[in-house]
Design a protein around this ligand. Structure first.
Ligand SMILES: [Zn+2]
Length: 367
Protein backbone atom coordinates (compact mmCIF):
# COMPACT_ATOMS: atom_id res chain seq x y z
CA UNK A 1 0.00 0.00 0.00
CA UNK A 2 1.35 3.38 -0.97
CA UNK A 3 -0.05 6.58 0.41
CA UNK A 4 0.88 9.68 -1.46
CA UNK A 5 0.82 12.77 0.66
CA UNK A 6 1.99 15.65 -1.47
CA UNK A 7 1.28 18.46 0.96
CA UNK A 8 4.85 19.05 2.10
CA UNK A 9 4.49 21.39 5.02
CA UNK A 10 6.99 23.95 6.20
CA UNK A 11 7.54 24.26 9.94
CA UNK A 12 5.28 21.29 10.54
CA UNK A 13 4.76 17.61 9.95
CA UNK A 14 1.77 16.07 8.21
CA UNK A 15 0.47 12.56 8.80
CA UNK A 16 -2.08 10.12 7.42
CA UNK A 17 -3.23 7.15 9.48
CA UNK A 18 -4.71 4.34 7.40
CA UNK A 19 -5.56 1.32 9.51
CA UNK A 20 -7.28 -0.49 6.61
CA UNK A 21 -4.12 -0.50 4.55
CA UNK A 22 -1.98 -1.08 7.69
CA UNK A 23 0.04 1.97 6.73
CA UNK A 24 0.71 5.47 7.92
CA UNK A 25 2.44 8.23 6.09
CA UNK A 26 4.32 11.26 7.24
CA UNK A 27 5.80 14.14 5.42
CA UNK A 28 8.25 16.63 6.86
CA UNK A 29 11.64 18.27 6.64
CA UNK A 30 14.58 16.16 7.76
CA UNK A 31 18.21 17.10 8.30
CA UNK A 32 20.21 13.94 7.68
CA UNK A 33 22.41 14.22 10.76
CA UNK A 34 23.78 10.77 11.74
CA UNK A 35 21.23 9.10 9.49
CA UNK A 36 20.68 7.95 5.95
CA UNK A 37 17.80 6.90 3.74
CA UNK A 38 17.28 3.26 2.88
CA UNK A 39 14.60 1.43 0.95
CA UNK A 40 12.65 -1.05 3.08
CA UNK A 41 11.76 -2.93 -0.10
CA UNK A 42 14.04 -3.10 -3.12
CA UNK A 43 13.05 -0.93 -6.09
CA UNK A 44 10.12 0.59 -4.21
CA UNK A 45 10.70 4.30 -3.86
CA UNK A 46 7.65 4.56 -1.61
CA UNK A 47 9.43 2.44 0.99
CA UNK A 48 12.06 5.04 1.91
CA UNK A 49 13.00 4.92 5.57
CA UNK A 50 15.42 6.80 7.77
CA UNK A 51 18.01 4.61 9.46
CA UNK A 52 20.51 5.63 12.11
CA UNK A 53 24.07 5.91 10.88
CA UNK A 54 26.16 6.96 13.85
CA UNK A 55 29.48 6.77 11.97
CA UNK A 56 28.30 9.07 9.26
CA UNK A 57 30.69 11.82 8.17
CA UNK A 58 29.37 15.33 8.67
CA UNK A 59 29.88 16.47 5.11
CA UNK A 60 27.10 14.24 3.77
CA UNK A 61 24.52 15.88 5.98
CA UNK A 62 21.82 17.83 4.21
CA UNK A 63 18.23 18.98 4.39
CA UNK A 64 15.57 16.99 2.54
CA UNK A 65 11.83 16.96 2.17
CA UNK A 66 11.03 13.49 3.34
CA UNK A 67 7.95 11.35 2.86
CA UNK A 68 7.77 7.98 4.55
CA UNK A 69 5.24 5.15 4.41
CA UNK A 70 5.54 2.90 7.42
CA UNK A 71 3.48 0.32 9.26
CA UNK A 72 0.34 1.63 10.90
CA UNK A 73 1.03 2.54 14.54
CA UNK A 74 4.78 3.09 14.15
CA UNK A 75 4.73 6.80 15.03
CA UNK A 76 2.76 6.27 18.25
CA UNK A 77 4.97 3.34 19.28
CA UNK A 78 8.16 5.23 18.45
CA UNK A 79 7.00 8.05 20.71
CA UNK A 80 5.98 5.72 23.55
CA UNK A 81 9.30 3.83 23.33
CA UNK A 82 11.58 6.83 22.77
CA UNK A 83 14.29 7.69 25.28
CA UNK A 84 13.86 11.37 26.10
CA UNK A 85 16.41 11.34 28.96
CA UNK A 86 19.09 13.29 27.08
CA UNK A 87 19.15 15.36 23.89
CA UNK A 88 21.34 12.75 22.19
CA UNK A 89 19.17 9.78 23.16
CA UNK A 90 16.04 11.68 22.18
CA UNK A 91 17.55 12.40 18.78
CA UNK A 92 18.69 8.81 18.18
CA UNK A 93 15.39 7.24 19.21
CA UNK A 94 12.86 9.73 17.90
CA UNK A 95 13.80 13.03 16.23
CA UNK A 96 16.15 11.36 13.74
CA UNK A 97 13.08 9.72 12.14
CA UNK A 98 10.51 12.51 12.40
CA UNK A 99 12.65 15.65 12.20
CA UNK A 100 12.33 18.65 14.47
CA UNK A 101 9.43 20.43 12.80
CA UNK A 102 6.97 19.04 15.31
CA UNK A 103 9.10 19.61 18.36
CA UNK A 104 6.68 22.22 19.65
CA UNK A 105 6.83 25.68 21.28
CA UNK A 106 7.57 27.12 17.84
CA UNK A 107 6.47 30.67 18.72
CA UNK A 108 8.65 30.63 21.83
CA UNK A 109 11.58 29.32 19.84
CA UNK A 110 11.22 31.92 17.07
CA UNK A 111 10.98 34.71 19.61
CA UNK A 112 13.83 33.59 21.84
CA UNK A 113 16.24 32.26 19.21
CA UNK A 114 15.44 33.96 15.86
CA UNK A 115 18.97 33.55 14.46
CA UNK A 116 19.29 29.89 15.41
CA UNK A 117 15.82 29.25 14.03
CA UNK A 118 16.42 30.84 10.64
CA UNK A 119 19.81 29.20 10.12
CA UNK A 120 18.97 25.77 11.53
CA UNK A 121 19.50 23.79 8.33
CA UNK A 122 22.60 25.55 7.01
CA UNK A 123 25.14 23.14 8.48
CA UNK A 124 25.42 20.27 10.93
CA UNK A 125 26.82 22.66 13.51
CA UNK A 126 23.90 25.10 13.11
CA UNK A 127 21.46 22.21 13.23
CA UNK A 128 22.94 20.89 16.46
CA UNK A 129 23.12 24.37 18.01
CA UNK A 130 19.43 24.81 17.27
CA UNK A 131 18.46 21.29 18.32
CA UNK A 132 20.27 21.46 21.66
CA UNK A 133 18.72 24.76 22.77
CA UNK A 134 15.28 23.69 21.63
CA UNK A 135 15.56 20.32 23.33
CA UNK A 136 16.66 22.06 26.51
CA UNK A 137 13.50 24.16 26.25
CA UNK A 138 11.10 21.25 25.74
CA UNK A 139 12.73 18.21 27.38
CA UNK A 140 10.81 18.40 30.66
CA UNK A 141 7.54 18.65 28.73
CA UNK A 142 8.51 15.62 26.64
CA UNK A 143 9.31 13.45 29.64
CA UNK A 144 6.11 14.49 31.38
CA UNK A 145 3.86 14.07 28.34
CA UNK A 146 5.39 10.71 27.40
CA UNK A 147 4.86 9.47 30.93
CA UNK A 148 1.24 10.63 30.87
CA UNK A 149 0.63 9.09 27.46
CA UNK A 150 2.15 5.80 28.62
CA UNK A 151 -0.09 5.77 31.67
CA UNK A 152 -3.12 6.50 29.48
CA UNK A 153 -2.17 3.60 27.18
CA UNK A 154 -1.60 1.34 30.22
CA UNK A 155 -5.06 2.18 31.52
CA UNK A 156 -6.82 1.69 28.16
CA UNK A 157 -5.11 -1.62 27.31
CA UNK A 158 -4.72 -3.03 30.87
CA UNK A 159 -0.93 -2.93 30.86
CA UNK A 160 1.70 -2.83 33.60
CA UNK A 161 0.01 -2.32 36.95
CA UNK A 162 -3.40 -1.73 35.37
CA UNK A 163 -5.41 -4.90 35.52
CA UNK A 164 -8.85 -3.83 34.41
CA UNK A 165 -11.68 -5.77 35.95
CA UNK A 166 -14.61 -4.24 34.09
CA UNK A 167 -15.40 -4.65 30.44
CA UNK A 168 -15.45 -1.02 29.35
CA UNK A 169 -14.91 0.14 25.78
CA UNK A 170 -11.48 1.56 24.99
CA UNK A 171 -12.71 4.96 23.84
CA UNK A 172 -14.47 5.63 27.15
CA UNK A 173 -11.36 4.60 29.04
CA UNK A 174 -9.28 6.88 26.83
CA UNK A 175 -11.59 9.81 27.54
CA UNK A 176 -11.72 9.12 31.27
CA UNK A 177 -8.00 8.79 31.81
CA UNK A 178 -6.87 11.55 29.45
CA UNK A 179 -9.34 13.96 31.08
CA UNK A 180 -8.18 13.02 34.56
CA UNK A 181 -4.55 13.84 33.76
CA UNK A 182 -5.32 16.79 31.44
CA UNK A 183 -3.59 15.23 28.49
CA UNK A 184 -4.83 17.69 25.88
CA UNK A 185 -3.89 20.68 27.99
CA UNK A 186 -0.26 19.66 27.62
CA UNK A 187 -0.21 20.73 23.98
CA UNK A 188 -1.78 23.90 22.68
CA UNK A 189 -1.11 23.33 19.03
CA UNK A 190 -3.97 23.52 16.61
CA UNK A 191 -4.15 20.80 13.98
CA UNK A 192 -4.90 21.51 10.34
CA UNK A 193 -7.10 18.88 8.79
CA UNK A 194 -6.93 18.14 5.07
CA UNK A 195 -8.80 15.57 3.02
CA UNK A 196 -7.22 13.79 0.07
CA UNK A 197 -8.49 11.20 -2.37
CA UNK A 198 -7.22 7.75 -1.56
CA UNK A 199 -8.37 5.06 -3.94
CA UNK A 200 -6.33 2.02 -4.85
CA UNK A 201 -7.80 1.85 -8.33
CA UNK A 202 -9.27 4.16 -10.93
CA UNK A 203 -13.06 4.13 -11.03
CA UNK A 204 -15.06 4.11 -14.26
CA UNK A 205 -16.56 7.47 -15.31
CA UNK A 206 -20.11 6.37 -14.70
CA UNK A 207 -21.10 3.70 -12.24
CA UNK A 208 -24.38 1.85 -11.96
CA UNK A 209 -26.16 1.48 -8.62
CA UNK A 210 -25.04 -2.13 -8.60
CA UNK A 211 -21.40 -1.17 -9.11
CA UNK A 212 -21.67 1.51 -6.44
CA UNK A 213 -23.15 -0.91 -3.95
CA UNK A 214 -20.39 -3.38 -4.74
CA UNK A 215 -17.80 -0.67 -4.07
CA UNK A 216 -19.53 0.30 -0.81
CA UNK A 217 -19.54 -3.34 0.27
CA UNK A 218 -15.86 -3.68 -0.57
CA UNK A 219 -15.14 -0.63 1.57
CA UNK A 220 -17.30 -2.00 4.39
CA UNK A 221 -15.53 -5.37 4.22
CA UNK A 222 -12.17 -3.64 3.99
CA UNK A 223 -11.48 -5.22 0.61
CA UNK A 224 -11.14 -1.75 -0.80
CA UNK A 225 -9.62 1.27 0.85
CA UNK A 226 -11.58 4.17 2.22
CA UNK A 227 -11.88 6.56 -0.68
CA UNK A 228 -10.52 9.50 1.26
CA UNK A 229 -7.71 9.98 3.74
CA UNK A 230 -7.45 12.60 6.44
CA UNK A 231 -4.20 14.51 6.56
CA UNK A 232 -3.29 15.93 9.95
CA UNK A 233 -0.77 18.73 9.88
CA UNK A 234 0.73 20.01 13.08
CA UNK A 235 3.72 21.68 14.72
CA UNK A 236 3.28 19.43 17.74
CA UNK A 237 4.29 15.79 17.98
CA UNK A 238 2.16 15.61 21.13
CA UNK A 239 -0.98 16.56 19.21
CA UNK A 240 -0.20 13.94 16.56
CA UNK A 241 0.33 11.17 19.11
CA UNK A 242 -3.08 12.01 20.55
CA UNK A 243 -4.64 11.75 17.06
CA UNK A 244 -2.75 8.50 16.42
CA UNK A 245 -4.00 6.92 19.64
CA UNK A 246 -7.52 8.14 18.99
CA UNK A 247 -7.40 6.69 15.46
CA UNK A 248 -6.17 3.33 16.74
CA UNK A 249 -8.98 3.12 19.28
CA UNK A 250 -11.77 4.35 17.03
CA UNK A 251 -10.85 2.69 13.74
CA UNK A 252 -9.29 -0.63 14.71
CA UNK A 253 -9.77 -3.51 17.12
CA UNK A 254 -6.03 -3.91 17.64
CA UNK A 255 -4.38 -3.63 21.04
CA UNK A 256 -1.15 -2.16 22.28
CA UNK A 257 0.81 -4.56 24.46
CA UNK A 258 4.16 -4.68 26.27
CA UNK A 259 6.77 -7.11 24.94
CA UNK A 260 7.68 -9.80 27.47
CA UNK A 261 11.27 -9.80 26.26
CA UNK A 262 12.30 -6.15 25.79
CA UNK A 263 9.51 -4.29 27.59
CA UNK A 264 8.75 -2.00 24.65
CA UNK A 265 5.20 -1.14 23.61
CA UNK A 266 4.11 -2.84 20.39
CA UNK A 267 0.93 -3.28 18.38
CA UNK A 268 -0.65 -6.70 18.31
CA UNK A 269 -2.24 -8.21 15.22
CA UNK A 270 -4.05 -11.25 16.60
CA UNK A 271 -4.07 -10.25 20.26
CA UNK A 272 -2.29 -13.47 21.23
CA UNK A 273 1.31 -12.34 20.64
CA UNK A 274 3.56 -11.92 23.66
CA UNK A 275 6.73 -10.75 21.89
CA UNK A 276 7.26 -7.75 19.65
CA UNK A 277 8.63 -7.68 16.13
CA UNK A 278 10.09 -4.20 16.48
CA UNK A 279 13.44 -3.66 14.81
CA UNK A 280 16.52 -3.32 17.02
CA UNK A 281 18.93 -0.45 16.55
CA UNK A 282 21.92 -2.81 16.37
CA UNK A 283 20.22 -4.94 13.72
CA UNK A 284 19.94 -8.00 15.99
CA UNK A 285 16.99 -10.42 15.48
CA UNK A 286 13.55 -9.34 16.70
CA UNK A 287 12.22 -10.51 20.07
CA UNK A 288 9.71 -12.74 18.30
CA UNK A 289 12.35 -14.66 16.34
CA UNK A 290 14.67 -14.77 19.37
CA UNK A 291 11.85 -16.14 21.53
CA UNK A 292 10.85 -18.81 19.04
CA UNK A 293 14.49 -20.01 18.86
CA UNK A 294 14.67 -20.08 22.65
CA UNK A 295 11.41 -22.02 22.85
CA UNK A 296 12.81 -24.46 20.28
CA UNK A 297 15.99 -25.00 22.35
CA UNK A 298 13.93 -25.61 25.50
CA UNK A 299 11.73 -28.05 23.62
CA UNK A 300 14.79 -30.00 22.45
CA UNK A 301 16.26 -30.23 25.96
CA UNK A 302 13.01 -31.72 27.18
CA UNK A 303 12.58 -34.09 24.27
CA UNK A 304 14.66 -37.29 24.64
CA UNK A 305 14.36 -38.31 20.98
CA UNK A 306 15.36 -34.87 19.67
CA UNK A 307 18.21 -34.86 22.16
CA UNK A 308 19.37 -38.34 21.11
CA UNK A 309 19.42 -37.20 17.49
CA UNK A 310 21.36 -34.05 18.36
CA UNK A 311 23.94 -36.01 20.41
CA UNK A 312 24.48 -38.63 17.72
CA UNK A 313 24.84 -35.90 15.11
CA UNK A 314 27.46 -34.10 17.21
CA UNK A 315 29.32 -37.34 17.97
CA UNK A 316 29.60 -38.26 14.29
CA UNK A 317 30.60 -34.76 13.27
CA UNK A 318 33.35 -34.63 15.87
CA UNK A 319 34.63 -37.98 14.64
CA UNK A 320 34.89 -36.70 11.08
CA UNK A 321 36.56 -33.54 12.27
CA UNK A 322 39.18 -35.43 14.28
CA UNK A 323 39.95 -38.05 11.63
CA UNK A 324 43.27 -38.05 9.83
CA UNK A 325 43.43 -36.49 6.36
CA UNK A 326 43.71 -39.96 4.77
CA UNK A 327 40.37 -41.29 5.99
CA UNK A 328 38.55 -37.96 6.24
CA UNK A 329 36.95 -37.93 2.76
CA UNK A 330 35.62 -41.42 3.27
CA UNK A 331 34.22 -40.60 6.71
CA UNK A 332 32.61 -37.46 5.45
CA UNK A 333 30.76 -39.46 2.80
CA UNK A 334 29.59 -41.90 5.45
CA UNK A 335 28.47 -39.05 7.63
CA UNK A 336 26.49 -37.44 4.81
CA UNK A 337 24.79 -40.69 3.98
CA UNK A 338 23.84 -41.20 7.66
CA UNK A 339 22.66 -37.58 7.89
CA UNK A 340 20.25 -37.97 4.97
CA UNK A 341 18.67 -41.09 6.48
CA UNK A 342 18.60 -39.69 10.01
CA UNK A 343 16.91 -36.50 8.87
CA UNK A 344 14.19 -38.53 7.20
CA UNK A 345 13.59 -40.36 10.47
CA UNK A 346 13.58 -37.08 12.39
CA UNK A 347 11.06 -35.63 9.96
CA UNK A 348 8.79 -38.65 10.46
CA UNK A 349 9.08 -38.19 14.22
CA UNK A 350 8.31 -34.45 14.05
CA UNK A 351 5.25 -35.22 11.94
CA UNK A 352 4.14 -37.75 14.57
CA UNK A 353 4.45 -40.63 12.11
CA UNK A 354 6.88 -42.56 14.32
CA UNK A 355 7.21 -42.51 18.12
CA UNK A 356 10.04 -41.19 20.22
CA UNK A 357 11.03 -44.78 21.01
CA UNK A 358 11.17 -45.72 17.34
CA UNK A 359 13.46 -42.81 16.54
CA UNK A 360 15.76 -43.70 19.48
CA UNK A 361 15.86 -47.33 18.33
CA UNK A 362 16.74 -46.29 14.81
CA UNK A 363 19.55 -44.08 16.10
CA UNK A 364 20.86 -46.98 18.24
CA UNK A 365 20.82 -49.48 15.38
CA UNK A 366 22.55 -47.09 13.01
CA UNK A 367 25.46 -46.14 15.24
ZN1 LIG B 1 10.47 -6.94 22.21
Amino acid sequence: MKLFNMAVPKDSISMIFDSTGDVENYNTTIFLHKSKIELAEQNNEFSKHIVLDLDKKNRDEKIIKFMCNQKYGTFLLDFLNADFSTAENAYNTFFVYYGIEGIGSLDDIKRKYPVEYSTRYISAKKFLDYYSIVYELVSIDYIKYQNNLRRTVDFIFNLHEHKGTKNIDKYSKFMAYSSAINLIEQFSSSIRLGIVRNLDKELPNEMSVKQLEKLALDIANKKSLNSIAYVYESTSFFALTYIALNDLIQNTKRNISVCQNCGRYYLQYSGKEIYCELPNQDGSPTCKSYASRKAYDIKIVEDTAELAYKREYQRRMTKVYRASEVVKPMMRMEFNSWKDKARKQLKLYRENKITSEELCNWLDKNK
